[in-house]
Design a binder for this molecule. Sequence first.
Ligand code: PLP
Length: 391
Amino acid sequence: MSFMAREIEAMKEAGLYGTIRTLDSPQGAWVSIEGRNVLNLCSNNYLGLCNHPRLAEKVKDDVDVWGVGPGAVRTIAGTLRPHVELERRLASFKGAEAAILVQSGFCANLAVIPTLVPGEEDLIYSDALNHASIIDACRLSKARVIRYEHSDMDDLRRKLEETRGARGRKLLITDGVFSMDGDIARLPEIVRLCRDFDVMTAVDDAHGEGVLGRGGRGIVDHFDLHGQVDVEIGTLSKAFGVMGGVAAGSATLVDYLRHKARPNLFSSALTLPDVAANLAALDILEEDDRLVRRLWQNGNRLKGELKELGFDTGRSETPITPLIIGEAADAKRFSAELFEAGLFATAIAFPTVPRGTARIRAMISAAHSDDDLRFAVETFAAVGRRLGIIR
Ligand SMILES: *Cc1c(COP(=O)(O)O)cnc(C)c1O
């Protein structure tokens, strides 16, 4: 067992060992850590729904009716009405024929990828910056994985051409919004290329769900590609503020996944409180787009002002605001000093992002006020100048 202590020590020496903070309050614009209130720029709680009273109320009501646990896997113990209802509502929200719910976004990739392209003759085209859950899902398949350069349509076309005659099934999988940079996949071009080369398309819209498209209906809605993307994978742990994963598409696709996908066959369904909270989140999203609009206003303002100060915010097109620093140790130091100044923004380094591109990722939400934004910008400016990151 000694290898573990050795590796942990090596991580600490390389500045790659991060402390995991304990929160003594719910997720929100401000959180209580180590006895202090700090401005929270770390969570994916885009719309501030993690601690929304309507979600909490709905959970309390539904637990009285339905209890807590699902009992066993759905294919054996049957499926509870609220799960079926949430699937129907999610499909309708996204404008898809049907949807299947799984335990998390991570599980949704495990449910889709090895199920659609399991075999040695199959091919998976995967963006170089795809999320770790996509990479792991690809590893669960025997298919050959063909990585194309990030959002590089020429490279993708070249690789599609090289493999045109291959015999197996083919699937392209891409993040919708790339979580560490905030740029959006070039989905219209991808769909066009995949149609030409007879390749199935799947998009993991974890950071687009509740963020992109009309009222947060996601990346397919954003590009008006309804019916043209074979699988929309999503997570309910980010903008929805709860937990859960979803795959949406044709009724046949969903039927197939229900009977073939191993996370559905061998792992129990979401708990009833998760389902109840997600139903309440959907109610809020479907009522109006106020929260989504507020999120974008806040995101655009934060990103604009930080860029003006001289920070390198990369290629973000969404509320995700990276501040690219470079070395992991420098990003960690920046984060530590920000925390001292009352701002909680974790440093992100290898292996989550490529070496040499360590960063702070500022995640603003609809729950942040104008005063919060002002405080964030002032704090980034003061600490950034002190550490020589900006002038
Ligand atoms: C966050 C994320 C996931 C994981 O979602 P969970 O619901 O937290 O498991 C999967 N894919 C992408 C692209 C993500 O950003």
